[in-house]
Design a protein around this ligand. Structure first.
Ligand SMILES: [Mn+2]
Length: 414
């Protein structure tokens, strides 16, 4: 028996045309490998699509590719992921299942107060597949707790458990996902086909537990990891007596990562550095990830010519620029010099000087800017009470700030 295991494909995540093309081309290459390798079936452990109702052009292209496999009489087994599931509307996964493109395993069923996920037997290999779909973390945890373990343990044959949930033991520092301990997985399965963690994880001691990570380069923050060298792809698993998972690299393109520290630079100098990079770096055919951060010495962040930078990179053949500039700041406030004999007086003069620098549409900050600023400063001085939790302090402070600024009515309907 031989099968393919992939996850977190996130079709439709890219809005850029070149990336969109690469996304579907990578899926097509993966399907071709599955056909060449002669796998009996494919497993996709959730997040095949980036949203539950994706762009129909994305659906059409991916169905065309998936049908190359399905047309040979073989099956593609899936569970919902956290992205392509919606609690209150139909998912594209449901439509593709009705059409015979996909088979969803582990449909929940309550039997005597326990959760009995549906089990599918693969006609070609005889493998038994079941699992739990991804949802909201708290619901998933409950589903694992409610599992009818005895029933699942009693199943006889080669058993695969498909799921879209993080496992706590493999969490690395800095990774933020809610998960379950591996002991919450039902015991006795020959292979645990995981999804949801966007990183390749392979556990072969005690149990065969695999997270393939994204098939494509990933989206957003994943791209940084990809261009720094993490390989993206899928697993081909051979089960002949033992279970042998083998990673197949599908990374569609090379990448380049560059950071720009902007602190102390004027927008002009930063522009010069960006352009020098765009002209000199070897970016042709690559995915470029650029991080710009720090505080500009003068001017505004809008004076940094990111459009020109993007165009210059495109001209030199870069496939795509993923730009992270959320940490770039300008000084905004100018320094003011005032005189005064006591703190209250100096504060008032500083606020009066700066009042014009901030444009406000409504609220007390527009009507009485100096008074509003002084009141707000007074609130900032209120210390945390004895025994008060961080979040209570924060919400007490937020309430006071909203009152001082007179902006309560704008926040209401949220
Ligand atoms: Mn995902």
């Amino acid at each position: 028996m031989k099968f393919a295991h992939m996850a977190d494909i996130h079709l439709g995540a890219a809005s850029d045309q070149a990336l969109k093309r690469l996304e579907v081309e990578t899926l097509e290459r993966a399907v071709n490998v599955c056909l060449e390798e002669g796998v009996d079936f494919m497993i996709i452990s959730g997040d095949l699509f980036h949203v539950n109702i994706p762009d129909l052009a994305v659906v059409r292209d991916s169905v065309r590719v998936l049908m190359k496999f399905v047309a040979t009489g073989r099956k593609i087994y899936v569970v919902y992921g956290s992205h392509d599931f919606s609690p209150n509307s139909t998912s594209i996964i449901d439509i593709l299942e009705e059409a015979g493109v996909l088979v969803r395993v582990g449909k929940p069923q309550a039997v005597e107060g326990k959760l009995r996920p549906s089990v599918v037997r693969d006609g070609r290999s005889g493998a038994l597949l079941t699992g739990i779909s991804g949802r909201r973390a708290s619901l998933e945890r409950q589903a694992f707790l409610d599992l009818d373990r005895e029933y699942l343990q009693g199943l006889r044959g080669f058993k695969i458990f498909v799921f879209h949930t993080g496992i706590e033991e493999v969490r690395k520092e800095g990774e933020r996902y809610e998960g379950i301990p591996s002991t919450d997985l039902p015991r006795g399965f020959d292979y645990y086909a995981g999804g949801h963690i966007h990183r390749r994880i392979e556990v072969t001691k005690g149990m065969n537990l695999v997270f393939p990570g994204p098939l494509f380069t990933g989206w957003g923050a994943d791209m940084e990891v990809t261009v720094k060298g993490e390989k993206r792809g899928m697993y081909i698993v051979e089960a002949d007596g033992g279970v042998k998972p083998r990673f197949v690299d599908m990374t569609p393109l090379g990448g380049i990562f560059k950071e720009f520290q902007a602190t102390g630079l004027s927008p002009q100098v930063l522009n010069g550095r960006l352009m020098a990079f765009a002209v000199e770096a070897d970016v042709a055919g690559k995915l470029v990830v650029v991080k710009v951060f720090g505080e500009l010495s003068t001017g505004k962040t809008a004076e940094v010519d990111f459009n020109g930078f993007r165009e210059a990179l495109a001209k030199r053949g870069a496939v795509y620029l993923h730009l992270s500039r959320g940490q770039l700041r300008s000084r905004e406030m100018v320094a003011v010099t005032v005189g005064g004999s006591e703190p209250g007086e100096i504060e008032e003069k500083v606020f009066a000087e700066l009042a014009g620098a901030v444009k406000v549409g409504e609220g007390t900050l527009k009507e009485e800017p100096v008074k509003a600023a002084k009141d707000l400063l007074m609130q900032l001085r209120v210390p945390k009470r004895e025994g008060e939790t961080e979040s209570d302090y924060e919400s007490r402070f937020m309430e006071a700030a909203v009152r001082v600024l007179g902006i309560g009515k704008f926040l209401e309907g949220e």
